[in-house]
Design a protein around this ligand. Structure first.
Ligand code: 5GP
Ligand code: MN
Length: 328
């Protein structure tokens, strides 16, 4: 397990000493990735810095309500001169996508993350696997380095933390998480409004997708393993966007007796995206996903596996059954 190798002080100094920054996060971003990027970008801009905020997939429709969402764009096709590149919430560098190429000239790489599988790439590294969200680490960094902080930054951090803790429900939620949430509310976050935007504003096609997924639902190991899958054909028929399925796996996790929940999504490149959740610290889904070239956290992990939907389903379910003992 990697640990924080640099201090907030060193990172704060790099912020102050340089002028041009690029802030990146992982492909298929979630609320923690996008909220963290925007929060840090807003703070650095208020410090008077030149800040580019790029994500391979651009701003997602579902997070376009975030404060200053429009400042986040897809990366440029050509190279750009920056002094510092900051990777947020990204366990391995290739999940940064093509933005990585655009900033080869960066003099310093800063890696801030909470994935235990993060190997600690970069010059300044702050990886804290005990933090439930990268947004929580950024709050601590902003406060400890007395970086600019306002309501827009607080809103982005609130969404980052809320989405990565499953609305403050997952076991990674600590007393400190609630203390930070209280600080964010004091800074002006409107909890009712923001939760409505995050959790009660889904497009109808997302629920139609859930209906189709539930038709494919299957159980292994006496109900300890639950899975469902999405084919390219069904995705096309429903007209769903990749972002529509974020969180649907929680319907499987929420079933009594289920320990491992799995979602299989057929991709266009001959691979299947596997998304895995565990309800028991004893069942480490990150370790299972790492066997297939993926990674993540003990209770939430993923991988992209080559093969047809049926092949990948079989291989993955077998690997899970080896861990949870489906025969017993
Ligand atoms: P999700 O299932 O929500 O896509 O991802 C859950 C967790 O697993 C996230 O923390 C994410 O970073 C990690 N993860 C998902 N897919 C991959 C992957 O293909 N490779 C790696 N290394 N991590 C992944
Ligand atoms: Mn995260």
């Amino acid at each position: 397990m990697s640990a924080a190798r640099s201090t907030f002080e060193e990172i704060g100094r790099a912020f102050r000493e340089h002028q041009r920054f690029a802030i990146l996060s992982h492909v298929r971003p979630d609320g923690d990735a996008l909220g963290s990027q925007l929060a840090l970008a807003l703070s650095l801009k208020q410090l008077g810095k030149d800040v580019r905020v790029w994500n391979e997939d651009g701003m997602l429709e579902k997070y376009s309500f975030l404060a200053r969402a429009q400042s986040l764009t897809k990366p440029p096709s050509g190279p750009e001169e920056v002094d510092v590149a900051i990777a947020l919430d990204t366990a391995i560098q290739n999940r940064l996508g093509t933005a990585f190429q655009a900033i080869r000239t960066a003099k310093i790489w800063i890696n801030i993350d909470h994935h235990p599988s993060n190997p600690g790439y970069g010059d300044l590294v702050y990886v804290d696997p005990t933090a439930p969200a990268t947004g929580q680490i950024l709050f601590e960094l902003i406060k400890s380095e007395r970086l600019p902080f306002d309501r827009a930054i607080a809103e982005n951090l609130y969404v980052a933390i809320s989405t990565d803790t499953g609305s403050f429900q997952y076991p990674n939620t600590t007393a400190r998480t609630f203390e930070i949430a209280a600080e964010l509310v004091r800074a002006g976050v409107d909890v009712g409004r923001i939760n409505q935007q995050v959790y009660e504003n889904y497009p109808r096609r997302r629920v139609e997708l859930l209906r189709e997924l539930l038709r494919t639902m299957r159980f292994e190991g006496g109900g300890r393993v639950a899975s469902f899958s999405l084919s390219l054909k069904t995705a096309a028929e429903l007209g769903v966007l990749p972002e529509d399925n974020e969180g649907l796996i929680d319907h499987l996790r929420a079933i009594r007796g289920v320990i491992v929940a799995v979602f299989f999504e057929e991709l266009t490149d001959g691979k299947v995206r596997v998304s895995m959740r565990s309800k028991s610290e004893k069942t480490n889904v990150c370790a299972i996903c790492q066997k297939f070239g993926g990674g993540g956290h003990t209770l939430a992990a993923g991988a992209r596996v080559r093969g047809s939907l049926a092949e990948v389903e079989q291989r993955i379910l077998e690997a899970i059954c080896n861990v949870v003992g489906c025969d017993s």
